[in-house]
Design a protein around this ligand. Structure first.
Ligand code: PGA
Length: 247
């Protein structure tokens, strides 16, 4: 299992950040579950430099640029220097701020070129009765992965995050049978896009209102490899409870 804690802009002070990092280190040791923290960039730099623990770090996004005269941009290379090994790309909150499919595809290429493991977010805005949301997911995956050399595609982690389930509570998250169907579908599309049998090793995560109340059921029968967790990952009470549901 892999848990990616997307701190978004919830955490703004180093004291809280350090406490959450300490909890993450404890939980990796006691549960054996892989934990990736995605703090805001300056806090990532403060926490990840000299990190010797098993907790890994992720950028929440990376710049489209490769550097140079680009005020305010944080490139993939700068994230690597700060200690990140993953990058969340195509999150719906970044797409809402202007990231198109082609921008997401370019960022994927930048991340791979710098050695960051991309966590590609895909997800429909709403579910229709005719299954058009499935075609939408296929398009997002194809647009993002299609531009990468086949060997690089196999490194991408896919996070399925339906927009209608983000930032709410467990009661509004996906049902585990619907998630199981989507995970199967994503694996089928990946099998078409990736060379040989390499998609068998691809990780598929779920994100959107994962809380201690629903994580166990979502993990049990859906075939997901882990979760991308927002608000519950910055709650010092909920985060350990989430992890404990998985062991
Ligand atoms: P949430 O956010 O857990 O607060 O729904 C998930 C995400 O947007 O990655």
């Amino acid at each position: 299992m892999l848990i990616v804690a997307n701190w978004k802009a919830y955490i703004e002070d180093l004291k809280r950040a350090k406490k959450l990092f300490a909890a993450g280190k404890r939980l990796v040791r006691t549960t054996g579950i892989g934990i990736v923290l995605a703090p805001p960039a300056p806090l990532l730099g403060a926490l990840a430099s000299g990190n010797k623990s098993k907790v890994a770090f992720s950028a929440q996004d990376i710049s489209l640029t490769t550097g140079g005269a680009q005020t305010g941009e944080s490139t993939a290379g700068a994230y690597v220097a700060a200690g990140a090994t993953y990058a969340i790309l195509g999150h719906s909150e970044r797409r809402a701020a202007g990231d198109t499919d082609s921008i997401v595809a370019e960022k994927l290429a930048r991340a791979c070129a710098s050695g960051l493991t991309p966590i590609l977010c895909v997800g429909e805005r709403e579910r229709d009765g005719e299954g058009r949301y499935l075609a939408f997911i296929r398009e997002e995956l194809t647009a993002a992965l299609g531009g990468l050399p086949p060997k690089e595609r196999a490194k991408v982690i896919v996070a399925y995050e339906p927009l209608w389930a983000i930032g709410r509570t467990a009661a509004f998250a996906i049902e585990s049978n619907d998630l199981a169907e989507m995970v199967l579908y994503i694996r089928k599309v990946l099998a078409e896009l990736l060379p040989g049998k390499s998609s068998a090793r691809s990780l598929v995560l779920y994100g959107g209102s994962v809380e201690p109340e629903n994580i166990r059921a979502l993990a049990a029968s859906s075939g997901v490899d882990g979760f991308l967790i927002g608000h519950a990952s910055v709650d010092p009470d909920m985060f350990p409870r989430l992890l404990k549901q998985l062991v």
